[in-house]
Design a protein around this ligand. Structure first.
Ligand code: BES
Ligand code: MN
Ligand code: ZN
Length: 504
């Protein structure tokens, strides 16, 4: 089945708000904006509705509240939507992205086809235009591909971004292109994560990655079972043993002409297309969600797409080891000892701690192919959700300078990360009597011991690990996002490939 994510045409408009021909003009309004001079003309256009709504506190500027009203005088827009944007001082690109997405979703629900977004606030213009574009692009996502009837509202046809007259429109056009590619890449990752596991098997995942990357100028190579065995990836093969579906390793390369030999960014994503837990089987309740246990892999694939289309200036390698985790007759069993490609041996005491196993071999392979800086992304532990909830991903790694670069880039891209520790004490929980280490350290600090396990495979390189178990999937819709897969980390990983001049 082809990818069905389609986007509105998003374009820049230098016209004044009064002259923009659109079905719905979306205007962010801040808390305490009552006296803003530029709102006066908008108030006139609505025949005083704006001021009255502010006076009565119907419109307070609280995040995501929305007031839609007809335009009564002389303007080309048919309606105006005032959208709460929170406190002006707290406004940043992530808020802008979400408020624009919420406005565009609201427009969609009202069956609007043409929307315009009025840029307001004190953010740098290029960043603001990119963030608004991302938000509008994200609003185009639908999770209804398997509905034969009763589909949701279609995406917008057209969105204009009103940024006023500017000297260098080409910079803003570029910001729109960038926002569109990043938003669309996030949507493709969401589509992949939402796919049920009977459709998205490891083989199909690899095929989809090949299609997605081919269109972006990224070279893809899929390793089959024979090559995986020849490389000695015993951790991946151990996880794959219980499944009738064979494993694959998806290898993607972005090698632009003229790129320096170093640094080489290595992105590694967990690609478990379904996690039953294996012999250490999970409870039935909620297990259906484990179809998105490849969200980290989807983030890497879709970030590689964006990196290719946006022509990042450095070499980037993407690695996604992909398999199911199933309790078949040949499945690995608690107590089994596996040998990794790096040579380290692992005593598997819980087959449900499979993500760290496949990532261990993936981290090793990224280094073998020449990566100098590593980032892995994985729906790795329920413990990360216990620690931080769904508000943020957890970030671990070494050295601090590299973790800071990744974290700042991710935060700005709207993929919030919170730093977590890798204390030496955690290594003791992973000590095995018979092998180099155990694959789990028990309940205490479960997200930290999982990261500690991965550290053993990072070879001392700059490495960051994002545990996105809490942020990859939402059971409840948000004003800026329907429920389901979030597309976490796509934008963070893609933007990271443009920050290499700041790496040590
Ligand atoms: N894929 C799960 C982690 C997960 C849990 C992701 C909830 C999203 C939501 C992972 O493979 C897993 O099962 N981890 C175990 C590790 C434990 C056995 C040490 C966990 O978190 O319970
Ligand atoms: Mn598991
Ligand atoms: Zn898992």
């Amino acid at each position: 089945m082809p990818l069905t994510v389609s986007l509105p045409v998003i374009a820049l408009s230098a016209a004044s708000p009064a002259d923009v021909d659109t079905d719905l003009l979306a205007v962010p309004v801040f808390d305490g904006d009552d006296t803003a001079a530029d709102l006066r003309a908008l108030d006139d256009a609505t025949g005083g509705v704006l001021m009255r709504a502010q006076e009565s506190r119907e419109l307070q500027g609280r995040l995501y509240e929305m007031l839609v009203t007809p335009v009564i005088s002389g303007w080309h827009a048919s309606r105006i939507a005032f959208v709460g944007a929170g406190k002006r001082k707290e406004f940043n690109t992530e808020r802008l992205r979400r408020v624009a997405a919420a406005a565009a979703l609201g427009a969609r629900q009202r069956r609007v086809q043409r929307m315009a977004w009025l840029n307001r606030g004190d953010l740098p213009l290029v960043a603001a235009v990119q963030a608004a574009t991302e938000g509008i692009a994200l609003s185009a996502f639908s999770a209804d591909r398997y509905k034969s009837a009763e589909r949701g509202a279609p995406p917008l046809d057209q969105a204009l971004i009103i940024a006023g007259p500017v000297e260098e429109p080409s910079e803003l056009e570029a910001a729109i292109d960038r926002g569109r590619i990043l938003g669309e890449s996030s949507n493709i990752a969401r589509e992949l994560s939402n796919e049920p596991s009977n459709v998205l098997t490891p083989l199909v995942f690899a095929e989809r990655a090949t299609e997605i990357c081919a269109a972006a100028g990224i070279a893809v190579n899929i390793l089959g079972e024979r090559e995986i065995a020849d490389l000695g990836m015993g951790l991946l093969l151990g996880v794959a043993r219980g499944s009738a579906e064979p494993p694959r390793v998806i290898v993607m390369r972005h090698s632009p002409a003229g790129a320096p030999h170093a640094p080489v960014l290595g992105l590694i994503g967990k690609g478990i297309t379904f996690d039953t837990g294996g012999i250490s089987i999970k409870p039935a309740d909620g297990m259906e969600r484990m179809k998105d246990d490849m969200a980290g892999g989807a983030a890497v694939i879709c970030a590689m797409r964006a990196i290719g289309l946006l022509k990042a200036p450095i070499n980037v390698i993407g690695i996604v080891p992909t398999t199911e985790n199933m309790p078949g007759g040949r499945a690995m069993k608690p107590g089994d000892v596996l040998t990794s490609a790096s040579g380290k041996t692992v005593e598997v005491i819980n087959t449900d701690a499979e993500g760290r196993l496949v990532l261990g071999d993936g981290l090793w392979y990224a280094q073998k192919l020449g990566a100098t800086h590593l980032v892995d992304v994985a729906t790795l532990t329920g413990a990360a959700v216990v620690a931080l909830g769904k508000a943020t991903s957890a970030i671990f790694g070494q050295p601090d300078a590299w973790v800071d670069v990744v974290r700042q880039t991710a935060d700005a891209a709207g993929d919030r990360c919170w730093p977590m520790p890798l204390f030496e004490e955690y290594a003791e929980q992973l000590r095995s009597e018979i092998a180099d280490m155990l694959n789990t350290g028990g309940r205490p600090a479960g997200a930290c011991t999982a990261a500690m396990f991965l550290k053993e495979f990072a070879g001392g390189l700059p490495w960051a690990h994002l545990d996105v178990a809490g942020t990859a999937w939402f059971d409840e819709a948000k004003p800026w996002m329907p429920k389901g897969a979030s597309g976490v980390a796509v934008r963070a990983l893609a933007e990271l490939a443009f920050t290499s001049t700041t790496w040590k």
